[in-house]
Design a protein around this ligand. Structure first.
Ligand code: COA
Length: 335
């Protein structure tokens, strides 16, 4: 594809940050909690450990810490932010939004703020939204955050789900620029036919099944998942989304310097890499250290990759994700 014409507005990621709780929950710790074995977890998921937020830490605390680091790396003032989008499935509460709490915590008084619900696809959805809003000319500076405390919605007696998830947050400052970089192609999809199944959901706590003693007793306010089916969907949907977005950009996978897939399971990541034809050295993996942090995985990974210089200015990065809904999305960014 030809490079952009001069003066075209692009949405550029000018800074990133992340926050991972200090507390580490290892597979050996899980062996003490449920009937499982560390080797089984590593073989089936690739996960060795995950981070767990302290009880007095909310999603907004992780989000605000990640945002402060992103502001620092972009070298901008919180007052420059015009919009805050917090992508999360584990908000501080139903309402007010976690984004409003973050606005207060980081002192971004000039921003309006809302949460975005797209489960594990949240950050890519948020980036897509920011891209559109910046290209419309209405916004110059948007803060997009993926932040989760899944430890609060995990059923710690269910060995098939509690081994998978962790807490964490990542943030990106997205700014208008006429430089020849930024978001090149972005694509999101959904299939609500999967929404009312127990494929991947937290059934209670909303209007369908309000919080009642009975629902809580049945653990319906916690994650329920059909792991094998979710696995198959991920392996099919993420490559489709990645290839579609490459096509939109007029690029091939050989043009991409680093692919950052949603970090749900190492076997899913490797299958995605194989299906889109990307060599393992171009596939970013940190699921071993953090597990699945849902909406935060891809931005935590991008922040790590930038800070460790695995990704450098001018490199092409492909983010690809899928999650409950179903939702999916991919984004190609020139850094
Ligand atoms: N330790 C030991 N055994 C376990 C276990 C655990 N933590 N969890 C499940 N098992 C058992 C099951 O009970 C089952 O036993 P059975 O055959 O006697 O019934 C056996 O392992 C195989 O279960 P299965 O579900 O087929 O295993 P799997 O290879 O599919 O791995 C997951 C299970 C959950 C790890 C895997 O399906 C997965 O990662 N799915 C995707 C989940 C995901 O990414 N969700 C978020 C998407 S955004």
């Amino acid at each position: 594809m030809s490079r952009q014409s001069q003066n075209q507005i692009r949405a550029v990621i000018s800074g990133t940050g992340a926050d991972l709780p200090e507390k580490v929950l290892t597979n050996s710790d899980l062996e003490q909690m449920v009937d499982t074995e560390s080797d089984w977890i590593v073989q089936r998921t690739g996960i060795a450990e995950r981070r767990i937020a302290e009880q007095d830490t909310s999603t907004s605390d992780l989000a605000a810490n990640a945002a402060r680091r992103a502001l620092k790396s972009a070298q901008i003032d919180p007052l420059d932010i015009e919009l805050i989008v917090v992508c999360t499935a584990t908000p501080d509460m139903s309402f007010p939004s976690t984004a409003c709490v973050v606005q207060m915590k980081i002192g971004a008084k000039n921003a309006h703020a809302f949460d975005l619900s797209a489960a594990c696809s949240g950050f890519v959805y948020g980036l897509d939204l920011a891209d559109g809003m910046i290209k419309s000319g209405r916004y110059k500076t948007i803060l997009v955050i993926g932040a989760e405390t899944f430890s609060r919605i995990v059923n710690w007696t269910d060995r098939s789900t509690c081994i998978l998830f962790g807490d964490g947050a990542g943030a990106a400052i997205v700014q208008a620029s006429t430089e020849d970089r930024g978001i090149i192609a972005s694509y999101c999809g959904a299939d609500g036919a999967y929404a009312d199944t127990e494929l991947l959901a937290v059934p209670a706590g909303g209007s369908t099944l309000p919080v009642t003693a009975e629902n809580v007793k049945k653990q319906l306010h916690k994650i329920t998942m059909k792991g094998r089916e979710v696995f198959k969907l991920g392996v099919r949907i993420m490559p489709e989304a990645a290839l579609h977005t490459l096509q939109m950009a007029g690029l091939t996978v050989e043009d991409i310097d680093l692919v950052i897939p949603h970090q749900a399971n190492l076997r899913i990541i490797e299958a995605v890499g194989e299906r889109i034809g990307v060599p393992s050295e171009k596939l970013y993996i940190n699921v071993d250290r953090y597990g699945n942090t849902s909406a935060a995985t891809v931005i935590i990974a991008l922040d790590e990759a930038l800070r460790s210089k695995r990704v450098n200015s001018g490199d092409l990065v492909l983010l690809v994700t899928f999650g409950a809904g179903l939702t999916w999305g991919a984004s190609i960014i020139r850094m």
